[in-house]
Design a binder for this molecule. Sequence first.
Ligand code: F6P
Length: 421
Amino acid sequence: MNNVIIGQSGGPTAAINASVAGAYVRAKELGAKKVFGMIHGIEGLINGNIVDLDNYLSNPTNVELLKRTPASVLGTCRYKLPVASQKEEDYIRIFDVLEKNDIDMLFYIGGNDSMDTIMQLSDYAKEKGKPQRFIGIPKTIDNDLPVTDHCPGFGSAAKYIATSVKELIRDNQAADPRKPTVVIVEIMGRNAGWLAAAASLSKSDDCSGPDAIYLPERDFDMDKFISRMKEFADKGKPALVVISEGIKLSDGTYVCELGGKVATDAFGHKQMSAACKVLADKISAELGLRTRTVELSTLQRAASHMASLTDIREAYQCGYEALNAAAAGETGKMVVMKRTVSAEAADGEWNSEVPYFCTYGTYDIHSIANCEKMIPDEWITADGCGLTEQFDRYARPLIFGEVMPIIAGGLPRHLVIAEAV
Ligand code: F6P
């Protein structure tokens, strides 16, 4: 094996660096001379901005620290690699950097859009007869990549969301019952509701769970929403509702767009935020109720103090398996996870004792890039505002286990790659 390079792209997560750790460790085990990192993803690579990861990770303590460091340690980007027929100079520069540095394997950790980069590069290499191999490593808090059972990053964000929602419910229920407040919690996830759905995991014998969860998988009906809030108020009930940032009216307008124009990124994604404010203003204006809005925003993808051990382990393993796949000659694939559910577990209640296993494989990138996986219809309750037991069984094992941060000066310590900051 010659040298390899690893890059990170798209929205960061609390687990994405564990995949760098797994890829780095396996590359070294397989005899890679050098393991490079792209600084700020493919854009950095195009500009020849790469770093020798041995400078940071040859010490095993730093590998452990990296697993506990949130966000993208190498820096991220949201760069849409144009097709080669439109801008071949990007490809010429990328392959030039690879060839000059004897890099014969490239690994890109990301979501749907980042997998487009792996697809373009592997197709180009094939067309031009170039020997380099390209493997995608899944990552997204949105959990919307197809084929894989779930995505690294989702479990940790889900654990943080369920924990935060549980704490917010506690706070709201303690308030003066004569002045009930409607709390609206806005969760990321774009057009898929997996993350908002994770708020339902807060429900247990010591917590009633959210009063309603509004998902992008269902059209948002403003009138029904307001009358539901009125019902809560009429009963003197302090309500907590969860909304996905991507909820849309039946005409396709995002609720956040009712608050003003929103920006669009290179992939055509609307940058969503503040739908909770739109709804809170509507509730105040129409019902005169007290409201409070909580936008978890980037906290939900950066909260490594509430990371799921299952998630961190799986993210590490996805990085590790990517190296195995490339070393075995694969290219143009993404690592995927397949859940092995024991019959016992499928019939019983999930708890930390129930066996949960995932096996790893790879899948053709053409069936994955740019695709979004939604929550199955039958996992959403008939009223469209809740999740069934099936969702709970699917998501709960993903939040199991804790990863203790390495604390210094009373706070979690992080690994920093100087070139990326
Ligand atoms: O794709 C991950 C994600 O966190 C989405 O849930 C969210 O809509 C988006 O990224 C936000 O991206 P940015 O931080 O670039 O605005």
